[in-house]
Design a binder for this molecule. Structure first.
Ligand code: HEC
Ligand SMILES: [Cu+2]
Length: 355
């Protein structure tokens, strides 16, 4: 009863409070809170109820306190210069107990509800599908069940099945966030963090990094695709090619796709500057670099061997004349599980098309 009253109030709040700002309501989900995204996981309803509850506590206390304040200012204002104080009381035990006990009860209710939700979100059901998440600046990569290669920026999950993610970072602290699922967890280097959810609605939803992790942090985004159980089963049985393993067999085409996943956040193909040099027109050129293994200045041709070396051992050669790219290189060393040898060949085929 109390939650339906809060829902009614929440649904009417936009008209009362938004002062004409249109609320982002999903017509399919009339019970969606006016400030929150669609509810696409099993956590969303309870989460939004608690949110609405805290929101209404804010309204009640804010307007209640303001009302008493304004009333007192007017009613007890000093009317004459020589007017004595209206009261000399220094405390009022009954009042102090009241304003201590009521907020205590309120925060304990918030704590209890929050703790219940936290406990549910901490323990994944035993039959959860297992996914691995690898974070690096500035991309999220996902390993899907039955496939041992990471796919970048896109995650596919079935509707109505619990999914558990085991997450780690290759470099700095990131934070994995799917607003439509109401789940968020920090992702740290040298440590595994887990998170689980049960999607309840087929569709595509945003993935964000919510921990500032460097200058292209805002590009550290992705999409979670919630598919029907039938489609998921088809992916698993091989009846349908899973999108996380959909390569065409044409090295240059696949190389472009793989470049977009793994390299495009730092290397452009249109000449625009990024964290790393643009690949535009690089193929076949020669430039002076410092060979850090020998300490010698050498002329490096941008060829197959140089690309392989740049991926496996990015600090071996440092481009001279550009202090921004000096050591230590922000290009992380890619392992063979992240960028298999064969993929480097695809990228090479793609780079050759960029002359
Ligand atoms: C996090 C940013 C980042 C990512 C991601 C990244 N690189 Fe780099 N890359 C760099 C930086 C920075 C340099 C310059 C390093 C230096 O000069 O010491 C560089 C240099 C290179 C070079 C040498 C370029 C030249 O003109 O000398 C190649 C080739 C290269 N990267 C290939 C790749 C490939 C292939 C990928 C994807 C598999 C990739 N990089 C992903 C940052 C990145
Ligand atoms: Cu990040």
């Amino acid at each position: 009863m109390i939650t339906s009253a809060l829902h009614w109030a929440g649904a009417h709040a936009p008209a009362l409070l938004s002062l004409g700002v249109p609320a982002a309501q999903d017509p399919q989900k009339p019970d969606q809170h006016w400030q929150l995204p669609v509810k696409a996981s099993s956590f969303a309803t309870e989460h939004d109820q608690l949110y609405t509850f805290v929101e209404w506590i804010n309204y009640v206390f804010f307007f209640g306190i303001m009302a008493v304040l304004f009333y007192s200012v007017v009613r007890y204002r000093r009317r004459r210069e020589d007017q004595p104080p209206a009261s000399t009381s220094t405390h009022n035990t009954a009042m102090e107990v009241t304003w201590t006990v009521i907020p205590l009860i309120v925060v304990m209710v918030i704590f209890a509800l929050g703790w219940k939700g936290y406990a549910e979100m901490s323990l994944a059901p035993g039959d959860s599908l297992q996914f691995e998440v690898s974070a690096r600046r500035w991309e999220w990569s996902f390993k899907h069940p039955g496939h041992d290669e990471f796919y970048t920026r896109e995650l596919w999950v079935p509707v109505n099945r619990p999914c558990q993610l085991t997450m780690s970072s290759r470099d700095v602290l990131h934070s994995f966030y799917i607003p439509a699922f109401r789940v968020k967890r920090d992702v740290l280097p040298g440590r595994y963090q887990t998170l689980w959810f049960k999607p309840t609605m087929v569709g595509d939803y945003h993935i964000f990094c919510t921990e500032y992790c460097g200058d292209q942090h805002s590009l550290m985004i992705g999409t979670v695709h919630v598919v029907t159980e039938a489609e998921w089963d088809a992916f698993m049985s091989g009846a349908k090619q899973p999108p996380w393993n959909a390569w065409t067999g044409d090295a240059a085409v696949d190389g472009k796709k793989f470049y977009q996943q793994k390299c495009s956040s730092c290397h452009s193909t249109d000449g625009s500057p990024g964290t790393g040099p643009s690949f535009k027109g690089s193929w076949g050129t020669t430039k002076p670099v410092l060979d850090t293994a020998t300490g010698q200045d050498v002329q490096m041709a941008f060829d197959e061997a140089y690309v392989r070396m740049s991926v496996r051992d990015p600090n071996r050669h440092i481009a001279k004349g550009d202090p921004k790219y000096g050591p230590p290189s922000p290009m992380t060393k890619f392992s063979t599980s992240e960028v298999p040898d064969e993929r480097i060949e695809w990228i090479i085929a793609f780079l050759k098309t960029l002359k």
